[in-house]
Ligand binder design. Structure first.
Ligand SMILES: *[C@@H]1O[C@H](CO)[C@@H](O)[C@H](O)[C@H]1NC(C)=O
Ligand SMILES: *[C@@H]1O[C@H](CO)[C@@H](O)[C@H](O)[C@H]1NC(C)=O
Ligand SMILES: *[C@@H]1O[C@H](CO)[C@@H](O)[C@H](O)[C@H]1NC(C)=O
Ligand SMILES: *[C@@H]1O[C@H](CO)[C@@H](O)[C@H](O)[C@H]1NC(C)=O
Ligand SMILES: *[C@@H]1O[C@H](CO)[C@@H](O)[C@H](O)[C@H]1NC(C)=O
Ligand SMILES: *[C@@H]1O[C@H](CO)[C@@H](O)[C@H](O)[C@H]1NC(C)=O
Ligand SMILES: *[C@@H]1O[C@H](CO)[C@@H](O)[C@H](O)[C@H]1NC(C)=O
Ligand SMILES: *[C@@H]1O[C@H](CO)[C@@H](O)[C@H](O)[C@H]1NC(C)=O
Ligand SMILES: *[C@@H]1O[C@H](CO)[C@@H](O)[C@H](O)[C@H]1NC(C)=O
Ligand SMILES: *[C@@H]1O[C@H](CO)[C@@H](O)[C@H](O)[C@H]1NC(C)=O
Ligand SMILES: *[C@@H]1O[C@H](CO)[C@@H](O)[C@H](O)[C@H]1NC(C)=O
Ligand SMILES: *[C@@H]1O[C@H](CO)[C@@H](O)[C@H](O)[C@H]1NC(C)=O
Length: 688
């Protein structure tokens, strides 16, 4: 038998064996028929003839080859022992197959391997230790697979020869600092190109706990083009550099990441990076290389956010806790959150506003129907407040005091008859107060000084109503307004017979001077400034007064019966109709309903706060209801007046809900000077 025959016979035998194996459906473990040439085992183009590759496949091939090419077969699985004997392997090409899974040990001991091409497969994951021994790897090509997951130890510091890693066209959804981990020489002038294009990356993670150690001359390029990065946050890169406080742009550039072609949301998060760029010479450097375009919002889409968008456009909409209809935006450009509720039909101040990081709020409430400006838990953060064209009749001094950083205020076009003195902590030219029906009152003489120290202000000529005539506020004086209480009192005690001038002065002063003066003028001349409330002209009301008091307290009950009711129902010129629960109301099941009905028929509700009042369920109910009535529809409903049993009751008004309720309401005490005059002054001028 010749050598030739022997060989043929062997091949024949092998084929027989193969046939038998296939026939018996034994796992296909066969030796391949590939071309061995110049140290290369070439099994490309379907010549391998098997879908499962093991060490048996290459049983008959010499171990000293340097390359194995297996591309374009239908390989589904490569056993971890397959390349065991090929210690000299430099180049392994398993591309264009149907591999879904790589064994962690498949490249074990391949210390010389320089090129690994597994592109165009269906690999889903790169397992830990895959490249554990392959210190010589230069090129890794894994493009066009289904890689979703790369375990933390795949790219490790000993891969010091890496130059190209191609992971493009996979299914990765996250980025890890893989490119920065291999300790490639940093001054060999060769860039490590780490290509992650065309994945679905949207988050940046650090499960391998890498910390920033990059240094010049930064020799890597990271391609992140065409991924799904929507949110840019400084934290994405700063998470790798805990404690870094330097310039984010400089830091960002050292990563040599290219993420053009991502649908970046151009919001407040991008501001920081872009504003740094605007302040650096990079703005004009390699402009075309840094054409990063917005994916959204729609009005900025596909604009170059590094170069073509105004910094003021980078805002974040805050929706959580933003009052309905309003727009709440974080605007890093002005270092504040801007809340714009212009023309949203508000009748009261928003109770709360979104959380924000600046501690500075611009609040715009123009063109609404707000009546009272009181303190809220966000007022202290307001730096710019515009509340023009509302129905503001009251601006609490407490609220003003809490706005320590207020820099701009517009309260024009409201119904304010005065502004609190606390306004003067901000200069007049930062305040717009025009279009309010200011009454020339002793309380506003401070405004003269306030206006006069802002000589440049445009609204210096604002006026107040002085008995139907208008006076420039900066011209008024206390003397002009006869603001000293003693003067008035003396004038009154002298009576009508005294100097005509004093009398005239008193009459003129009636509308503008302190409360006591008005009360006394009312007492002596029967002049009431005006019918203050719409409810007073409502002819459907049956009672002038509804009195709520602690019926259980015998002293209080006695006082109401023998003093209060007597004085107002019998002893005065005006005989008021008073509804007194306990006397006029029903008791039992429909007590509550009865109270509400009668309250609703009253023009005033007098709440007499005595020590036991707060313990009575029915009284609490009554006072809650009174508050509802008072606030219901402006001044067309019952108005509440508080009476304090004695001055010690003031303490009870320091706690909520009484504190807010008492704000802006008349509070009287029987121990007051001129108490009965005041009481009558507060009650409707024309009784029912
Ligand atoms: C591999 O070994 C065979 C003999 O076993 C020898 O003929 C061949 O030249 C060697 N090839 C290389 C590339 O070393
Ligand atoms: C294949 O590898 C296994 C161990 O994984 C070994 O037991 C077996 O002998 C090897 N077969 C060949 C043909 O080298
Ligand atoms: C890859 O395997 C799938 C089944 O997993 C098969 O449908 C497909 O035809 C295979 N593709 C190739 C190129 O062999
Ligand atoms: C691997 O094989 C494919 C198909 O033959 C070829 O296109 C590719 O260039 C090879 N990879 C390398 C790194 O040579
Ligand atoms: C990274 O740190 C976390 C928590 O500190 C730890 O659970 C994790 O195992 C670390 N990962 C690695 C790869 O060391
Ligand atoms: C892109 O990422 C977002 C989450 O940020 C996700 O909702 C969306 O489905 C992703 N798009 C694609 C095409 O995967
Ligand atoms: C980033 O990639 C785009 C194309 O994808 C290219 O035009 C641009 O020059 C690259 N920029 C840098 C800084 O490499
Ligand atoms: C914020 O809201 C405004 C108004 O509703 C809208 O025009 C803008 O596109 C939004 N901006 C972002 C970044 O969502
Ligand atoms: C508030 O929104 C209105 C339109 O709703 C707009 O005219 C106005 O300019 C906005 N004000 C600010 C300060 O953004
Ligand atoms: C402000 O008050 C609202 C309710 O009145 C509350 O939900 C919110 O937590 C408060 N915010 C702060 C910062 O206290
Ligand atoms: C406050 O907001 C108004 C309206 O947007 C604006 O005209 C004014 O300049 C702002 N003032 C400050 C100090 O920001
Ligand atoms: C007017 O001033 C007096 C004391 O000067 C004060 O008690 C009173 O509350 C003020 N009234 C208003 C409406 O500010």
């Amino acid at each position: 038998m010749t050598k030739q025959n022997f060989a043929t016979k062997n091949i024949f035998k092998t084929e027989m064996l193969l046939a038998v194996c296939i026939f018996l459906l034994i796992p296909v473990e066969v030796s391949a028929t590939c071309v061995v040439n110049a140290g290369v085992i070439d099994c490309t183009g379907g010549t391998l003839g098997t879908t499962i590759v093991t060490n048996a496949t290459f049983d008959n091939y010499p171990p000293n080859v340097t390359a194995i090419h297996l591309s374009n077969n239908d390989i589904e699985y490569i056993s971890s022992n397959t390349f065991d004997k090929f210690y000299n392997l430099l180049d392994l090409n398993i591309s264009h197959n149907n591999i879904t899974y790589l064994e962690p040990n498949v490249l074990e001991y391949k210390r010389k391997l320089e090129t690994f091409d597994a592109s165009f497969n269906k690999i889903e994951k790169l397992p830990n230790n895959l490249f554990r021994d392959t210190f010589s790897l230069i090129n890794i090509d894994l493009k066009v697979n289904n890689i979703r997951d790369i375990e933390p130890n795949v790219f490790h510091k000993n891969l010091i020869n890496l130059q190209n890693v191609n992971l493009s066209n996979n299914s990765l959804t996250y980025f890890e600092p893989w490119p920065y981990i291999p300790e490639v020489p940093y001054n060999d002038h060769i860039d490590l190109i780490f290509d992650l294009r065309n994945n679905l990356i949207f988050s940046f993670k650090n499960s391998m706990n890498w910390t920033y150690n990059l240094r010049e001359p930064y020799e890597y390029q990271v391609y992140l083009q065409n991924n799904n990065i929507t949110k840019y946050k400084d934290d994405m890169i700063l998470q790798y550099h805990p404690g870094y406080t330097g310039d984010v742009l400089t830091e960002f550039l050292t990563y040599y990441i290219n993420f053009t072609g991502n649908p970046v949301i151009c919001d407040c998060e991008v501001y920081n990076l872009v504003s740094r760029l605007h302040n650096s010479f990079f703005l004009y450097l390699r402009v075309d290389s840094y054409r990063y375009r917005c994916g959204s919002p729609s009005h900025l889409a596909s604009q170059d956010f590094f170069h073509n968008i105004e910094l003021s456009e980078f805002v974040c909409n805050k929706t959580d806790k933003c009052p309905p209809g309003c727009v709440c935006q974080e605007r890093p450009h002005i270092n504040a959150m801007v809340v714009n509720c212009t023309g949203t039909g508000l009748t009261t101040l928003p109770e709360e506003l979104p959380e924000e990081r600046f501690g500075r709020i611009h609040l715009h409430l123009d063109n609404n129907n707000i009546q009272h400006f009181t303190r809220k838990n966000y007022t202290s953060k307001i730096v710019n407040l515009t509340i023009s064209n509302n129905k503001l009749s009251y601006f609490s001094s407490d609220a003003r005091t809490s706005m320590k950083n207020l820099a701009y205020l517009d309260i024009s076009g409201n119904s304010l008859s005065f502004v609190p003195k606390e306004m003067q902590s901000m200069s007049f030219d930062k305040t717009i107060v025009t279009g309010n029906p200011f009454q020339c009152d002793c309380n506003m003489t401070w405004m003269k000084e306030w206006i006069n120290v802002s000589p440049g202000a445009t609204d210096r000529d604002i006026e107040c109503n002085f008995d139907g005539k208008y006076k420039k506020i900066r011209d008024i004086t206390r003397e002009l307004l006869l603001c000293t209480f003693e003067g008035i009192a003396i004038g009154l005690s002298i009576g009508l017979g005294s100097l005509l001038a004093v009398v005239i002065g008193v009459a003129i002063t009636a509308k503008r001077c302190p409360y006591e003066t008005k009360v006394l003028v009312f007492r002596f001349f029967g002049i009431h400034p005006r019918d203050k409330y719409k409810v007073d002209t409502d002819t459907n009301k049956e009672h002038d007064v509804y009195i709520s008091f602690d019926i259980e307290d015998i002293q209080v009950r006695q006082w109401v019966k023998t003093v209060f009711l007597k004085k107002l129902e019998e002893e005065s010129k005006r005989k008021y109709k008073i509804f007194c629960p306990g006397r006029d109301g029903s008791v039992g099941d429909d007590e509550a309903t009865d109270l509400i009905t009668n309250m609703n028929k009253s023009r005033r509700i007098v709440i007499l706060l005595s020590p036991g009042y707060f313990e009575q369920q029915m009284r609490i109910f009554e006072s809650d209801q009174a508050e509802v009535e008072h606030n219901a529809t402006g001044d067309a409903n019952c108005r509440v007046i508080y009476l304090l049993w004695n001055y010690r009751m003031k303490k009870n008004l320091e706690q909520e809900p009484w504190k807010s309720r008492a704000e802006g309401k008349r509070i009287l005490c029987p121990d007051d000077k001129f108490f009965w005059h005041k009481m009558r002054y507060e009650l409707p001028f024309k009784t029912v």
